[in-house]
Ligand binder design. Structure first.
Ligand code: 1GP
Length: 247
C-alpha cells in the first residue's frame, strides 16, 4: 500500500477538508458512497477514530479507505488502542486544554513503542477542547473541562504554549455533535497569535458556517456528523474550500 504524506507537513498552501469517519458507523456501503462523491484532486483527508469505539472495525475501515481511495488516511485516536498500521499517519493528540495527565502524555507513552515500530507519519497535535454548548463525548471520556466560549485569551495562551513546546499543529475542537461550533472570534485570535496550521472541528453543519470559519483562519475543517446525516453537504463544503484562498 502506498503511503501518503500529510498535506500540512510544510505550511498549508491550500485549505483542506478532513472527513471524519467513525468506524462504528461507517460500513463499506457508506464509505464507498463517500469516496465516489469526492473528486480525486480535492484537498481532502480522511480522519478515522472516535472517543469510544465499540466494534473492532478500525483496521478494516482504514484498509478499505486505503484500497479504494487515494486520499491520505490519518488516525484520530480516542486512546492508545486506536492504532492501525495501515493508515498513512496519526494525529498524536495532546489534550492541552485539559489537566488530565492521561490525555496529555499517559496514552502516548502506552502507544509510543507500537508507533515506533510502525511506518505511520506522526503529527504532533495540540488539541484544545472548547465549550460547544453541550456535554460531548470527548469532554466526558477525557474527564477534562473545556475552555469557556468567551475565553479567547485562554485559548490563545494555550495554543501559544503548545507552539512553544514544539507541537506541529493546533486543533480547536467543539466536540462531535456540538450544538455550537468554535466561536469565529476565537479562531481569528488564535490564528493571529500563532504560526501553526489551524484545524477546527465540531458542530459544523452549514456552508455559511464553514465559510466563516475558513475566512477567520481555519486551514482545515473537520466534519463528521453533518456529512453522516446528509452526504450532499460534502459537496457544499468542497465548494467553500475551493473559493477560500489560503493566505
Ligand atoms: C469531532 O470535530 C470533529 O472530533 C467533528 O465533529 O461530528 O460535529 O462534525 P462533528
Amino acid at each position: 500500500m502506498i503511503k501518503k504524506s500529510y498535506p500540512f507537513t510544510s505550511f498549508p498552501t491550500k485549505k483542506h477538508l478532513a472527513v471524519l469517519i467513525d468506524p462504528d458507523k461507517a460500513d463499506q456501503k457508506v464509505l464507498f458512497r463517500l469516496i465516489t462523491q469526492i473528486p480525486t484532486d480535492a484537498p481532502v483527508i480522511f480522519l478515522v477514530g472516535g472517543s469510544l469505539l465499540s466494534k473492532q472495525t478500525l483496521d478494516e475501515t482504514v484498509a478499505y479507505l486505503k484500497e479504494h481511495s487515494s486520499f491520505p488516511v490519518f488516525l484520530f485516536p480516542g486512546g492508545a488502542t486506536q492504532v492501525s498500521p495501515e493508515a498513512d499517519g496519526i494525529f498524536l493528540l495532546s489534550l492541552v486544554s485539559g489537566r488530565n495527565p492521561e490525555f496529555l502524555i499517559g496514552q502516548h507513552v502506552i502507544a509510543a513503542p507500537i508507533l515506533a515500530q510502525s511506518e505511520l507519519e506522526i503529527v504532533s497535535t495540540a488539541y484544545l477542547l472548547i465549550d460547544g454548548g453541550n456535554r460531548t463525548s470527548v469532554e466526558y471520556m477525557s474527564n477534562t473541562v473545556p475552555i469557556p466560549r468567551d475565553k479567547k485569551d485562554i485559548a490563545v495562551a494555550t495554543a501559544l504554549a503548545a507552539q512553544m513546546i514544539g507541537m506541529k499543529q493546533i486543533y480547536l475542537e467543539a466536540g462531535s455533535g456540538a450544538k455550537a461550533h468554535v466561536p469565529v472570534e476565537m479562531i481569528r485570535e488564535v490564528k493571529q497569535h500563532t504560526q501553526l496550521p489551524l484545524i477546527v472541528g465540531g458542530g459544523i453543519r452549514t456552508a455559511t458556517t464553514a465559510q466563516q470559519l475558513l475566512e477567520a483562519g481555519a486551514d482545515m475543517l473537520v466534519v463528521g456528523t453533518a456529512i453522516e446525516q446528509n452526504p450532499a453537504f460534502l459537496e457544499e463544503l468542497l465548494s467553500c474550500i475551493a473559493v477560500t484562498p489560503a493566505v
